[in-house]
Design a protein around this ligand. Structure first.
Ligand SMILES: Nc1ncnc2c1ncn2[C@@H]1O[C@H](COP(=O)(O)OP(=O)(O)OP(=O)(O)O)[C@@H](O)[C@H]1O
Length: 263
């Protein structure tokens, strides 16, 4: 890890007794865990363990049948995706979800939408103000482009970029919304070693420099153990371990789930 100047704070998100089923399929079974302000939190587990479903519950894509989610002190049984986004929960997806025909710059600009105050009507009435606002947003997006070292591809349609760079652009778009809590669904999937190392560095930089709290799903155990403060382990929808990387690595339930145990 980099030199650690971070402050880990109070509970930002508290998940209590969440259960989610799709018909007979139990995707999540009575899981509780929390995320502290400023930490890098990982969720791991074998295929189908319920990891993506958990992120989908946190940002309101799925509505758990049981349990509560407390975010920034407000408790809900469910929330809507736009409410989650408006309250500072950002997200990237397992499969890249960008506008392939649009440039890197324009894709990242779409991440600013929530921050834009001028609608079409007010922009017609107060053109100067709308233009100033647009300029400020562009400046913010250019800073993200510098930060992620993707200046050379700012005008390139993202569909033409290699997969690793598309993932970086997707991270940029999520950052453009200035999230307090950033959910990353397998940010390094399908990447080669060098791309993985770059992505790890960017995730740690986002956490340290912007103070963004990160919750990530990742299959590469080496990566997870390197960059996470705490790791939640799911298996068949249930929680089987939760703790520091070292504690989780030594946990017999985790060893069984990964090295046998029916998977
Ligand atoms: N929309 C859905 N409709 C029906 N079943 C679903 C749906 N979403 C998830 N599931 C099921 O819920 C279970 C958990 O899936 P989930 O995608 O959360 O697991 P995961 O741990 O993220 O897996 P992976 O590592 O393969 O991405 C699986 O059995 C899956 O088939």
């Amino acid at each position: 890890m980099l030199e650690d100047n971070r402050k880990i704070g109070d509970t930002l998100l508290d998940v209590k007794g969440i259960s989610l089923s799709f018909g007979a399929v139990k995707a999540i079974v009575d899981v509780s865990f929390d995320i502290l302000e400023g930490e890098v939190r990982a969720i791991i587990g074998p295929n189908g363990a319920g990891k993506t479903s958990m992120l989908n519950c946190i940002n309101g894509f799925y509505h758990p049948q049981q349990g509560t989610i407390t975010y920034k002190g407000t408790t809900r049984s469910q929330m809507k995706p736009y409410e989650a986004a408006a309250q500072g929960i950002g997200r990237t997806f397992q499969n890249v979800a960008l506008f392939k025909g649009m440039s890197t710059l324009d894709n990242i600009m779409t991440g600013r939408n929530l921050k834009m105050k001028s609608g079409i009507i007010s922009a017609m009435i107060w053109r100067g103000r709308a233009e100033r606002e647009e300029l400020e947003h562009r400046r913010y997006v250019e800073d993200i482009i510098d930060f992620l070292e993707i200046e050379a591809i700012r005008k390139t349609p993202v569909g033409r970029l290699p997969y690793g760079l598309q993932k970086r652009v997707e991270l940029g778009r999520a950052l453009a919304a200035e999230p307090d809590l950033l959910l990353l669904d397998e940010p390094m999937a399908g990447m080669n070693l060098e791309e993985k190392e770059d992505m790890c560095r960017f995730i740690l930089d986002v956490n340290q420099e912007f103070g963004t709290t990160i919750c990530l799903i990742e299959h590469d155990m080496g990566v997870v153990m390197d960059i996470s403060d705490r790791v939640l382990v799911l298996d068949y929808g249930g929680k089987i371990a939760d703790g520091t990387p070292d504690a989780v690595r030594a946990d017999q339930n985790v060893i069984d789930a990964y090295l046998g145990g029916g998977h």
